[in-house]
Design a protein around this ligand. Structure first.
Ligand code: SAH
Ligand code: MG
Length: 203
């Protein structure tokens, strides 16, 4: 898939190969229902998914409180000082997300929702044809994302989980734990993988 902008200009954690696999899965997901992403950060994955959906008139809701995950905080491995909002005394990645969406021409396709994932999910009612979980990567938020959002995935819909590492030496285990929960539930079947991205289909 051809991308509308240079992806290196967007901060974030989505290698090209995984982004393209994500886009292809989004394009092939049931079209009657919207897509939703947990963990927008600066919009890298949203631009992949949104570009895939634009061609067929789809919509991606992207959820983030924009205050960063644990590993994005000052002093941690994935902190980026540009994202620090001095007045707020906290990170704020929303301006970066809006910029990415605007530059990619996706303002009519990618709709940001700003707030805590489980809070938003508690008011959500719409079935999803595509769900991408890439929010908090410690066990509590990952489990909360799994429990609060996966019930919305419609039959035939896709559940995508990022940063799944079977070997603890390669990365944190929370995304792998929810991936295992999805398989063990008997409700999802793995269809493919790319890097740390796992793609599952709702049976
Ligand atoms: N998908 C992005 C990367 C997401 S990084 C990309 O492709 O670049 C994870 C994001 O999840 C962070 O921006 C963080 O603010 C957000 N996040 C973590 N826990 C959250 C929660 N409980 N509710 C909402 N957002 C959360
Ligand atoms: Mg990720």
């Amino acid at each position: 898939m051809k991308l509308p902008i240079d992806m290196d200009a967007i901060k974030g954690f989505m290698p090209e190969g995984e982004g393209q696999a994500l886009a292809e899965a989004a394009r092939n997901a049931p079209a009657e229902t919207p897509a939703l992403e947990v963990g927008s950060y600066c919009g890298k994955s949203a631009v992949y998914i949104g570009t895939a959906l634009k061609a067929r008139g789809g919509t991606l809701f992207t959820v983030d409180h924009h205050r960063g995950s644990e590993e994005n905080q000052p002093g941690w491995e994935h902190h980026d000082a540009d994202t620090w909002d001095e007045e707020a005394g906290a990170m704020d990645t929303l301006p970066f997300l809006r910029r990415s969406i605007r530059l990619a021409g996706l303002e009519d396709v990618v709709i940001p929702i700003v707030g805590a994932s489980a809070h938003i999910a508690s008011h959500w009612q719409t079935p999803l044809g595509f769900l991408f979980i890439d929010g908090g990567h410690s066990i509590e938020p990952a489990l909360a994302d799994y429990n609060s959002w996966t019930p919305f995935v419609c039959a035939g819909g896709t559940l995508a989980i990022h940063d799944v590492f079977e070997n603890p030496a390669d990365g944190g285990q929370a995304p792998f734990e929810i991936y295992k929960l999805a398989i063990a539930s008997g409700l999802f079947k793995e269809t493919s993988q790319a890097g740390s991205l796992r793609l599952l289909k709702r049976l």
